[in-house]
Design a protein around this ligand. Structure first.
Ligand code: ZN
Ligand code: FE
Ligand code: FE
Ligand code: ZN
Length: 264
């Protein structure tokens, strides 16, 4: 099985489980590597209620060390963060990048302005919004994140579809500029299986986006976005089939922000 690099810890306040349980699940799933990428601190604090604080960063590194000790060489443990892309936030990402010898950084767009649109708490805001306008805003923001060049992995590319608010018609108009930007940036995308368990009932990104990404020569990782041990490596067989159907023959591994390939 590929590596699973997008996983969380209880420090983000909406995940559960001990490091030992996550590692046991990773071993049981036969993953190539296990990476931890909890929601990164964001300034100014307090920013929101679904991430670790900056003061908790040492606890996070200790949690990773506990995972590594339990793994005891049976599976490589990688250290990362899922960082939020906030317009104009480049210097904060660089600051975070310098605070540890990370194996990779994931960049995610969860915020459009002050709205964390994927938070079920604000579902009502979707009904007041023009879906096409939200999608345009989302993909423009995603493209800016890509252009920053600060991330190794680009998280859940079409997360904006989470609650199944999807504009009618051909979506290539949203995908194509971002595909070009990703190809130019050299970052890889993730095939995030969590979407299968959300109202959209589809992995992130959509099969069409995957095909375009493969044709453009963009690299791929497969991720569960686990917030509980039982979700580690979830749906990886289905995801592997989906990736192969889109044309992918390998996934990418990261160590100290250097990449190599693993045959699918
Ligand atoms: Zn989360
Ligand atoms: Fe996310
Ligand atoms: Fe996540
Ligand atoms: Zn995520």
């Amino acid at each position: 099985m590929p590596a699973d690099y997008h996983t969380h810890t209880p420090l983000c306040r909406h995940a559960a489980g001990e490091p030992e349980d996550y590692i046991d699940a990773a071993l049981a799933a036969g993953l190539a590597e296990y990476g931890i990428s909890d929601h990164a601190p964001q300034v100014p604090e307090p920013f929101d209620d679904w991430r670790m604080t900056l003061a908790e960063l040492p606890d996070y590194l200790q949690w990773i060390e506990r995972a590594r000790r339990h793994a005891a060489g049976r599976i490589p443990i990688r250290a990362g963060l899922e960082c939020d892309w906030i317009a104009g936030g480049e210097s904060w990402i660089s600051d975070l990048a310098s605070r540890h010898d990370w194996d990779y950084l994931i960049g995610s767009v969860h915020y459009l302005g002050d709205w964390d649109f994927d938070n079920p708490k604000w579902l009502g805001r979707w009904t007041e919004s023009d879906v096409d306008a939200v999608w345009s805003h989302y993909w423009k923001t995603y493209g800016q994140m890509v252009d920053s060049g600060l991330f190794d992995i680009l998280g859940h590319p079409d997360l904006v579809k989470k609650f199944a608010h999807i504009p009618p018609g051909d979506l290539d108009r949203f995908y194509e500029p971002v595909i070009d930007a990703i190809a130019a940036s050299g970052a890889v995308i993730e095939l995030n299986t969590a979407g299968w368990h959300k109202p959209c009932a589809e992995a992130y990104p959509a099969p069409r986006f995957l095909e375009l990404a493969c044709s453009a020569g963009i690299g791929l990782v497969i991720s569960s976005d686990a917030h509980a041990p039982g979700e580690v490596g979830r749906d990886f067989s289905e995801a592997t089939l989906l990736a192969k159907a889109a044309g992918f023959r390998e996934t990418v591994l990261f160590e100290k922000r250097q990449r190599r390939n693993l045959t699918l």
